[in-house]
Design a protein around this ligand. Structure first.
Ligand code: FAD
Length: 466
């Protein structure tokens, strides 16, 4: 049994763990990372963001190819199987692993491929896949163990027709029909992927609208476009029982409905990876979702133990996890670590959705006097040229100060387009103004035109009132 000693030890090599390890190395701390997967990148690279986005990209190309008349002159529309699309999507994973591995090597961070468990607040026992145990001591330890799909006891995930968001990446058939239980971000994204591939999809939502944290108009647009692509969206429905046989699955809902399909994808919640960590040896406890509580410096209730990424809950995004990991190190070395309380949403449905700031409902309930400026992608040159003309950009701004309060977008590249507005929104004082978009020259034709059109639309509406 070997003994290791580091200034800073990170458990988990996903976005939070990697960002923290790199920042610590650059601050000349000795750093060790323990991850229980054979390859670096965390769940983000192997089971979450990367494979699902690559899958979605492949499906989008397939849909685009089949829908463009120009390609019909060279051949008829094609059909592709899920395993073919999956195989093509998975080619990005080794490239990502190589990239992440290079970061660790270049920054001389030692990686232990093993499972970590606390012995006390400064001491970890690690065990690799051959059963070899070692001990690691560290003054500061960061938990970045991520999350996994929540699996209720009464659903048989060993059945070959029942999948979660991890196992769907191993599905070796193309069902004709699929039920997606849970209409959160992951459920909606997979509904788009399967509908794009031509499957009949039933999307079961326990709430009365899709992704209720979104601006109402955007949530409505998502429902409309999913339905337009053939997804049966069922709101206010809760599982009663799930039966599976060789032939298919039957989902019985509390409302009395029975839905049959070839397969079911369970997308109902996630659990923080804390149950195998030996937290009890440190005095820490996780909540019922396996998540750990931290303060605004990302320190847990135990001094010297930090946590970041999915294991602390909201917003459970790779984007925020990177920033949280860096913030932990800033706090350890005496800089002020930035606490992430606002993160843009990027939802890779078809069409894509992205937003930052307040929704109309939030501003209305806070009695903020605001106005709305809208631009439809179909009315922009870039949208017409690209053929990606489904979409809208909506800017909410203060009627007196012109301060931008929220930006909501759906359509192709929405998650990129949002950043233009986000940059202006983050400017101090009067520099955060919708007027920026009418007083600035943008490249043409680009989707930045949508900001100008939306700004003019909103400002004209204010001027009409004056
Ligand atoms: C289907 C899907 C799609 C997503 N799409 C997006 C997206 O488009 N954009 C976005 O920003 N986010 C997306 N996310 C969320 C994103 O993947 C997560 O927020 C991100 O991976 C969290 O990073 P993390 O650093 O907390 O940990 P993770 O990426 O979860 O990595 C944690 C690592 O710790 C390891 N580990 C766990 N326990 C131990 C232990 N005891 N010892 C050693 N190692 C351990 C794990 O095996 C893993 O390698 C998606 C997630 C899913 C599931």
């Amino acid at each position: 049994m070997a003994d290791y000693n580091y200034d800073f030890l990170v458990i988990g090599a996903g976005p939070a763990g990697e960002a923290a390890a790199m920042a610590a190395a650059k601050n000349e701390l000795t750093v060790g990372v323990v991850d229980n997967q054979k390859l670096l990148g965390g769940n983000c690279t192997h089971k979450g963001t990367i494979p699902s986005k690559a899958l979605r990209h492949a499906v989008k190309q397939f849909v685009h190819f089949n829908s463009l008349s120009i390609f019909r002159s060279i051949g008829s529309a094609i059909a592709l199987t899920y395993p073919t699309i999956l195989e093509s999507a998975k080619t990005v994973i080794p490239k990502q692993v190589e990239l992440h591995s290079e970061f660790f090597t270049r920054n001389r961070v030692t990686v232990h491929h093993a499972h970590a468990r606390f012995i006390d607040k400064n001491k970890i026992e690690i065990m690799n896949e051959n059963g070899v145990r070692d001990i690691i001591h560290a003054k500061n330890i960061m938990i970045a163990t991520g999350s996994r799909p929540y699996r209720p006891d009464d659903v048989d995930f060993s059945h070959p027709r029942i999948y979660d968001s991890d196992t769907i990446l191993e599905m070796q058939e193309t069902p004709r029909t699929i039920i997606i239980y849970g209409a959160g971000v992951i459920g909606c994204e997979y509904a788009s992927i399967f509908a794009g591939l031509g499957l009949k999809v039933d999307l079961i939502n326990s709430r009365e609208s899709l992704l209720s944290f979104l601006d109402g108009e955007i949530s409505d647009a998502l429902s409309y476009h999913l339905r337009d692509h053939g997804v049966m969206v069922r709101h206010n429905e809760v599982i009663d029982k799930l039966e599976a046989s060789e032939k298919g699955v039957t989902l019985k809902l509390k409302s009395g409905k029975r839905i049959k399909a070839d397969a079911l994808l369970w997308c109902n919640g996630r659990t923080g990876n804390t149950d195998q960590l030996g937290l009890e040896k440190t005095g820490l406890t996780a909540n019922h979702r396996g998540q750990i509580t931290v303060d605004h410096s990302y320190q847990t209730e135990v001094e010297g133990i930090w946590a970041a990424g999915d294991v602390i809950g909201w917003p459970s995004l790779a984007s925020a996890s990177y920033d949280q990991g860096r913030a932990v190190v800033a706090n350890i070395v005496g800089d002020v670590g930035h606490y992430i309380d606002v993160a843009p949403t990027g939802i890779y449905t078809i069409p894509e959705i992205s937003s930052v700031g307040k929704t109309e409902a939030e501003l209305t309930s806070a009695k903020v006097p605001y106005e709305v400026g809208r631009a439809f992608f179909k009315d922009t040159a870039r949208g017409q040229i690209s053929g990606e003309d489904v979409g809208m950009l909506k800017i909410l701004f203060h009627i007196d100060t012109f301060e931008i309060l929220g930006i909501h977008c759906f359509g192709a590249e929405a998650s990129e387009i949002i950043h233009i507005g986000q940059a202006i929104m983050n400017q101090p004082g009067e520099a955060n103004s919708i007027k920026y978009f009418v007083n600035t020259t943008f490249n043409y034709p680009t989707m930045a035109e949508a900001y100008r059109v939306a700004a003019l639309n909103g400002l004209n509406r204010v001027n009409r009132h004056n």
